[in-house]
Design a protein around this ligand. Sequence first.
Ligand code: ADP
Length: 346
Amino acid sequence: MGISQSSRDIANYPIATMGSHSALQILRGAKDEGFTTIAVCKRGSEQPYKAFKVADEIILVDEWKDFVKAQGRLISEKSILVPHASLIAYLGYESIEGLRVPYFGNKKIIRFESDRNLEKAWLESSGLLVPRVFKSPAEIDRPVIVKFHGAGGGDGYFLAKNQASFLEKASKINDKEFFIQEYVVGVPIYIHYFHSPLTGEVELMGFDRRYETNVDSLGRISQKDQEVLGGIDPSYLVVGNFPIVVRESYLPKILEMGEKVVESSKQIVKGGLFGPFCLETIFTPDGKIWTFEISARIVAGTNPYINGSPYTWLRYSEPMSTGRRIAREIKLAIQTGRLDEVVSVE
Ligand code: ADP
């Protein structure tokens, strides 16, 4: 890490992001904090960023891989790049590591969310409850969810209850690098946090649940009708997000989980995890919270809260989206000469 900061005036540091995922929120939040904004868009997908007037400048690229070429302009304008899932998915972890434009957050942590085995080890070292992983299909002794690398956004994941049902379904799939995880029956809840390296605080920003096709439509078709239709395999393709407020008695545990993940991240990567992150969890009827994944950056589940969530209202008494919270952190860092503490360059 390291960036030489020549000015404490935010007018000298535009905020840039890739035009996708949570860019509306990131750019609008940056404008609300007084920054100028840049959206790097794939030609043909720039219209939302024009229509909602969140981008002061739009840089067009023909293909996402050309994003790397566009960074020359971002660097010369002294931009700070805010990452999100599309940036990581379209460029890949290695290209992200090679980017020279100052990047909000700790780049080194991305590897630990991109590799399922490293991710599991990190979550376990944080003392969180993590679903069991089966190394081979022969070990399957309970319901499992089978994930693989080729699945974009959970599309194509399948369920199995033993080796035979695994083999039957796996034979229809080209990808052979399976990740077999215990299927936890409960309600999925995505917990949004923000850790400020400047104040040391871990803030609770909100919660969401996803609207996934077709799994969220199966409950509308009785089991009898599902049989008539020849059996329907669930898929988990995310098409949107719902806001959630949880029972207040869960909050102490939830706050503690965020603190623990931040604490253990300092053992695995210099500088640790900071900025927005999300624990993807299942709440079970026995009161337990199982964490099956972590996202070490803003998640799209914060998009319902462009005007703030109930929790950010309690904390800030003004509209505070996660996008705006990022911009506020960058602003504070610039104004106090601590920009190198919130961005990675290498
Ligand atoms: P993605 O890689 O797109 O984030 P996820 O790992 O979040 O995909 O999983 C997609 C869906 O599968 C989500 O609805 C999630 O709730 C569900 N899911 C994932 N892992 C488990 C699990 N271990 N038990 C129960 N449901 C799970």
